[in-house]
Design a binder for this molecule. Structure first.
Ligand SMILES: [Zn+2]
Length: 148
């Protein structure tokens, strides 16, 4: 998937600039509903995407992501996938957060940095209305705010 390749390309460049080597995810698993791969014994849940540090892979409910894509535009993919890759980056740098919300917000931040960097590099082109579309998708895919 393009969102994955571009985002990993972005991070490979950043790591290289810092004389380190980005470690690409090992697998990019599309699943449907409950047939997703488990992560360290924890079952994949429907309508979700996740990064699994055990095995260093990303899995996503393809039906859910496709539905978001159909309803909310390609911004859905460009919010969810760069966010999960943000977790893959965290696993390779500093990842000692006191609260999970910090980890999640940083993954969002990394996703924004990747998108911004890709646009700056001319690899992605931002279209009219993309900003609003990304915000709507962030809201739709994000964790419920009431648990924060
Ligand atoms: Zn997350």
């Amino acid at each position: 998937m393009l969102a994955r390749c571009l985002t990993e390309w972005f991070w490979a460049q950043r790591f290289q600039e810092n004389d380190t080597v980005y470690r690409p995810i090992t697998r990019f698993v599309a699943y449907q509903g409950t047939d997703g791969p488990d992560c360290g014994g924890q079952a994949a849940v429907p309508e979700n995407a996740f990064y699994c540090p055990i095995g260093h892979f990303i899995a996503y409910d393809a039906v859910w992501l496709k539905a978001m894509y159909d309803q909310l535009g390609d911004g859905a993919v460009y919010v969810v996938i760069p966010h999960e890759l943000g977790h893959a980056v965290q696993a390779q740098v500093l990842d000692n957060f006191s609260f999970n919300v910090q980890r999640e917000l940083q993954a969002d931040c990394y996703a924004g940095a990747a998108l911004g960097g890709l646009i700056q590099a001319g690899v992605l082109r931002a279209e009219q209305g993309d900003e609003e579309e990304l915000l709507i998708n962030l809201q739709a895919a994000g964790d419920p705010t009431d648990v924060w």
